[in-house]
Write a protein that binds this ligand. Structure first.
Ligand code: MG
Length: 404
């Protein structure tokens, strides 16, 4: 099975030296939570190592145009064609190309001068852009975990065929990627993903029935977009990350574990065969893993706060409560099954989260709706990309109709 290499000597594309031109970065999903953090990384770098080359969003015209003034890219793209009209005079004074529609996003990704594509569109919608970037032979900084949940096996195989490196941006996977550099791949015994436990850590299943969207959106340690905030509250986010880790690092299902760590300081760790554990620690700030992926293998001062060791700091670790948070088990099950299971689970979850947010199902219904879709989908162990798209569409319809 194809997996990312953690030895930088295998990646000549990343041989940074002082004379080298800044790396040209295209951000897919620049107006979202990760995209906005990435813009701050580019601003702090100020063109030394990184250059904002292309910015793509769905319809967030105002933010996108502000970002264009901040990083002065070669081009921007709006997936929603009608939104282009709303640009008006917002790009005044800028020499910037404007593209529209999915083909427009393709223009940014496939431009011969693009070096790195940061894939930060939320949900299965991020798969197409990621796929196009790999096809075009671009290095991918991957924040869109759904890409690997839906099509991990196909995506990693394509990356191997194209000689493309996929660098993780998800904080847990970035931590594992960093920790893996201290040993050989054959020396890795297992990886342990940390989870804050979300806003409902310590609650029992019966207490979760009356949870409102507002309560679920309030994450204790991370500020994120609505979809990932709800996923963090159900622990579906960790379920998706378990699947992401399996494909990204080419691990066996039994090599992946999850531990609850409420402080979100230890972002994950790797246990080696000798029992040594290497972890990555830092205050929770997505700019660090974003920057690490964009400047890899170099580490630079990006202006993120450091841990303050003059203050007492307690780090707690506890096993997850799998009964209260059944989404986690769904993730482990789907990781073991592979095939179309990831596409079914992911699509079901996206619709279930949207339905919870619009008030048509309860918080505790999210895993139930996902379970129903997963169990009734027609499983294929070796699907094509088209088959995965069909399962995705089918699962969405199932959950739209689902009644508790
Ligand atoms: Mg994460």
């Amino acid at each position: 099975m194809a997996a990312i290499a953690t030895d930088e000597s295998t990646s000549p594309r990343h041989a940074l030296d002082a004379d080298r031109e800044p790396r040209r970065v295209v951000i897919l999903g620049s107006t979202g939570s990760i995209g906005r953090s990435a813009i701050r990384v580019l601003e702090h770098d100020a063109g030394k190592r990184l250059r904002g080359w292309g910015l793509a969003a769905n319809k967030g015209v105002e933010t996108l145009c502000e970002q264009a003034h901040a990083v002065r890219p070669w081009a921007i793209a709006l997936a929603d064609r009608a939104s282009v009209e709303r640009i008006d005079g917002r790009l005044k004074g800028l020499d910037v190309q404007v593209f529209a529609g999915i083909d427009g996003i393709g223009r940014l990704v496939e431009d011969a001068r693009t070096d790195v594509v940061l894939s930060a569109i939320v949900g299965a919608a991020g798969l197409e852009g990621t796929w196009a970037a790999i096809e075009a032979g671009k290095t991918v900084a991957l924040a869109n975990k759904e890409t690997l949940v839906v099509a991990g096996s196909l995506v990693m195989d394509l990356a191997a065929r194209r000689g493309v490196q996929i660098l993780p941006v998800d904080s847990e996977h970035s931590a594992i990627f960093q920790a893996m550099r201290s040993g050989r791949r054959s020396e890795v015994k297992r990886v342990v993903l940390t989870s804050s436990g979300g806003p409902f850590r310590g609650k029992k299943a019966s207490e979760l029935k009356s949870i409102t969207p507002d309560e679920a959106l309030r994450h204790p340690t991370w500020r994120m977009g609505p979809k990932i905030s709800i996923d963090s509250a159900t622990l579906m986010n960790k379920a998706l990350e378990v699947i992401e880790a399996r494909w990204l690092f080419g691990l066996e299902p039994e090599q992946i574990e999850v531990v609850i760590h409420p402080e979100s300081i230890v972002h994950s760790f790797v246990e080696f065969v000798d029992g040594g554990v290497i972890a990555q620690l830092s205050p929770p700030d997505m700019r660090l893993p974003i920057q690490y992926a964009l400047t890899y293998p170099e580490r630079v001062d990006g202006g993120c706060a450091a841990l303050d060791w003059t203050q007492a700091l307690t780090l707690r670790f506890e096993p997850p409560d799998r009964e209260t948070f059944p989404c986690l088990e769904l993730g482990f099950e789907v990781m073991r099954r592979g095939g179309t299971a990831g596409a079914a689970l992911n699509a079901a979850n996206e619709v279930a989260v949207a339905r919870f947010l619009d008030g048509s199902i309860g918080f505790h219904d999210i895993p139930r709706a996902c379970r129903a879709a997963l169990d009734s989908h027609s499983y294929d162990p070796r699907p094509t990309l088209d088959a995965l798209r069909r399962v995705d569409a089918w699962a969405r319809q199932e959950v739209i109709r689902w009644r508790s």
